[in-house]
Design a protein around this ligand. Sequence first.
Ligand code: MEV
Length: 422
Amino acid sequence: MSKSSEISGFYKLSIEERVKLVKGFVGLTDEEAALLQKPSALSFDVANRMVENLIGVLPVPLGVAVNFLVNGKDLIVPMAIEEPSVIAAASNAAKIARKKGGFHTTSTDPIMIGQIQVVDVQDAHNARFEILARKEEILKKANDQDPVLVSLGGGALDLEVRIVETFLGKMVIAELLVDCRDAMGANAVNTMAEAVAPMIEEMSGGRVYLRIISNLAVKRLARAKAIFAKEELGGEEVVDGIVTAYAFAASDPFRCATHNKGIMNGVTAVVLATGNDTRAIEAGAHAYAARSGHYTSLTTWEKTAEGDLAGTLEMPMAVGLVGGATASNPIAKLAVKILGVKSARELAETIVSVGLAQNLAALRALAAEGIQRGHMSLHARNVAISVGATGHLIDQVAEQMVAERKVRVDRAKEILAKLSTS
Ligand code: MEV
């Protein structure tokens, strides 16, 4: 029998109990469970091979969001993030979504774009046709670079050529469309772009400059949708409030940057936990949000005929399961195992489900009660820890500050001093 990820009171368990529960849920080995509890599972040896000039490692808290039901499958979702409230909010939104069947997702094939920039072309339109006429030759050269990817059913599938007007004049931009299968794909795409560049240069009669992947991955999209029942949200007024908040974000870039940031709280946390490139995803997300020329919301929110709330999220999601930190960081590997995803597409679809949940949670809090109330108690715990509170004193100091509505370091010090002497 498959297990449910709907686990109430998960946050009340000790860290050991949580690990035990996750271990049982996904079938971790004793070694894997032990690794999770090591403050730094990333050895200097491995880290030193990942970056240059290493002097240390920066641990980030790793939590799990519970309650996720994605395409009928129960998931526990690892999230690496330093911000309080995010994991609790995702779990809470996922719990609400379950009541109406959870998240339903789709995605495109994992196709990335590799750009080859050609300048100093006398006759740009003629050059464009020249390049397109020899497409098969170019694709063959690209695919010769990565027989493994091709054997897995991926590789360069198509070539498009655009003419871009710049302040330096017309440029011819050839774009390789590469199916990256379960890799993020930057290495494969960049290698292919570099390999075909001399052919394209010769065909165009111009000069090639850049040969690089585009993070605006419009051909590698992931989509999630969910219905949130009005009674679970706090009534139809809250539904209307969320739609109103969305309308504000959809039309105003100042609000929208924060709205999309809330989505990225969930998205980036899973991207980081699974060892993927957070910058690539962030760049793609915001560029996609601005693709019409007007920066807008990545999500949509509408009221259904029944008065419930329907949400969607569509965004580029260039994540992989092979290569990069996903392969070299042992905790990232464990995060993938905890998620139980078997392909990059499945991972991408799970991530957008979390992004949608995160946005719902933020808008609901903003529309219903203001964000500070929920945030305050978690923030208070951090302030308490920052002044040296440990064990049960953390909660006592935090609770008192929240009750007094004075969540400040100076007050935390005073309360701690008093409690420590009493
Ligand atoms: C905070 O990290 C994210 C929010 O500001 C998002 C939002 O305003 O929608 C709560």
